[in-house]
Design a protein around this ligand. Structure first.
Ligand code: FAD
Length: 456
């Protein structure tokens, strides 16, 4: 039997089974407002998803504080066939943590221990905030390799299950690249849940699977050497000069953690990109570089007609980090909610694509580019802002981008596969069979599982 949809009696039975654990810190949240709030994530950047997901809501939110309590939740839900949707901080963008069939929303923010931190790696419970992990690593001269721009709020479990990369991707690629996640501890969803340690390849199918195929209770990730990072905001006359400058910076022998470009329209719209200096037009580049690289960077800027608007040590709060990656979209939407966005990997020579799409879309498209390492090579990823003009217009832009050689990671769809390369990953489906045989975890988000069901 598969998951029951919106079955109040079954959910009540789960709540009853879990109530005794409240004495040990487990929380059961039934308040409708709280349930509604926690049943959402940041999907409203997509008007398509906003319309599709607005009504989805869990009947019960459960917040365990120990692994044993997670097991109890899994057992109760398996016993009563109640769907479970996992939640970290709920900052995902694609409705990843939205419970399509209702049931239990399992929020992991109560599992916060950093179990171990060394120079080489760390093991942290899933609900641990990324910022807390760096605090634990700092005394060991280490830091995390990859951070989403939601660094201050996101959990490590949510990042591994739902995120992809971000600050650090210029050097370390993406979370799915072999070597960026060393292992996971998971709980299976069965009447007698098992606690499994998945190391190396065994953990890969749960990486970026939206919590569809296992409850992650802890992860082990490798670290990078801790550096004194400095963040820079640079003004450039145009995108072309920005591309050339970024190319020179990334090919020099400089430790770089972030390199991103914003066209004139974005620079004018997102106020912090003006750097507190009035009347300077043009594009912007954000770079995060090691302190010892600063002199070389300044010399490079001088050769590129670039003006340094701001430089300062990178800190946890108030950082330029919160202008990069999908924070750019957030700021643009704050200025004008008609903006939505796309996620692309550009072909190796991106200039022609930028020009062609720019010509087609005019002021309805604005370029935000990020340098990333993809399969060992430096590439440009793009999160262009797009003025919402309806689903057909959106589809036409996506088609045009693909025809120009871009790889699309569609942020307007809800399944793991459709937000990725569009293909079913058999290992993810097999992992679901092994760790969630009744298909209770985040139903509706793993297309391979649904299609397998249809053909069975
Ligand atoms: C402004 C903004 C900027 C962003 N920038 C970036 C960025 O730079 N890079 C990036 O990759 N993402 C980015 N994101 C998306 C998101 O913030 C990150 O992916 C973040 O790491 C998600 O963490 P979370 O704790 O909020 O996870 P949630 O949103 O709560 O969950 C994400 C997914 O993981 C699943 N999940 C959560 N916990 C578990 C668990 N313990 N076990 C199994 N499954 C689980 C959920 O079901 C969901 O499918 C951004 C989002 C916003 C709104």
């Amino acid at each position: 039997m598969g998951p029951r949809r919106h079955d109040p009696a079954a959910v009540a039975a789960v709540a009853q089974a879990l109530t005794p654990l409240a004495a040990d810190g487990l929380r059961l949240l039934v308040n409708p407002e709280e349930r509604r709030r926690l049943s959402r994530d940041a999907y409203d950047y997509s008007p398509v998803l906003a319309a599709r997901l607005a009504a989805a809501e869990a009947e019960l939110v459960v917040r365990p504080v120990t692994v044993e309590q997670v097991k109890a939740v899994a057992a109760a839900c398996a016993h009563h066939h109640v769907p479970i949707t996992m939640r970290g901080a709920g900052t995902g963008n694609y409705g990843q943590a939205v419970p399509l069939l209702g049931g239990v929303l399992l929020t992991m923010t109560g599992l916060q221990a950093v179990r171990s931190a060394t120079t080489d790696c760390f093991t942290a419970e899933a609900g641990c905030r990324l910022v807390a992990i760096d605090e634990a690593l700092a005394p060991h001269g280490a830091e995390q390799r990859l951070l989403p721009s939601t660094y201050r709020t996101a959990t490590i479990g949510g990042f591994v299950a739902g995120g992809s990369g971000g600050i650090g991707s210029v050097a370390w690629g993406f979370l799915r690249d072999p070597g960026n996640v060393l292992g996971m501890e998971i709980i299976t969803v069965e009447p007698q849940p098992r606690r499994r340690q998945l190391m190396g390849d065994a953990a890969a199918p749960l990486n970026h699977a939206y919590g569809t195929n296992g409850i992650i209770v802890a992860v082990t990730l490798p670290t990078a050497p801790l550096r004194r990072w400095r963040e820079l905001l640079v003004a450039m006359p145009g995108l072309e000069q920005g591309l050339a400058l970024a190319d020179q910076l990334r090919t020099a022998a400089l430790p770089i953690k972030e390199l991103s470009l914003y066209d004139q329209q974005i620079a004018a719209m997102v106020r912090p990109l003006q750097g507190g200096v009035a009347g300077i037009g043009g594009c912007r580049l954000i770079a995060v570089v090691a302190a010892e690289a600063m002199e070389t960077v300044k010399e490079t800027l001088a050769h590129h007609d670039a003006r340094l608007l701001l430089q300062r040590p990178q800190t946890a709060a108030g950082s330029l980090r919160e202008l990069t990656w999908n924070h750019t979209t957030l700021h643009a939407r704050a200025a004008d909610p008609a903006w939505t966005y796309l996620q692309l990997q550009l072909p190796p020579e991106p200039a022609a694509v930028l020009q062609a799409l720019g010509r087609q879309q005019g002021e309805d498209l604005a370029w935000h580019l990020e340098v990333v390492r993809s399969q060992g090579e430096a590439r440009w990823a793009a999160l262009p802002l797009l003025r919402w003009q309806g689903a057909d217009a959106l589809a036409a832009v996506m088609e045009a981008a693909q025809a120009l050689g871009c790889t699309l990671f569609n942020p307007h769809v809800i399944t793991v596969e459709d937000g990725g390369l569009g293909v079913v990953d058999g290992d993810q489906v097999q992992a679901k069979q092994a760790y969630d045989p009744a298909g209770l975890l985040n139903p509706g988000k793993l297309r391979g599982w649904l299609e397998r069901g249809a053909s069975a």
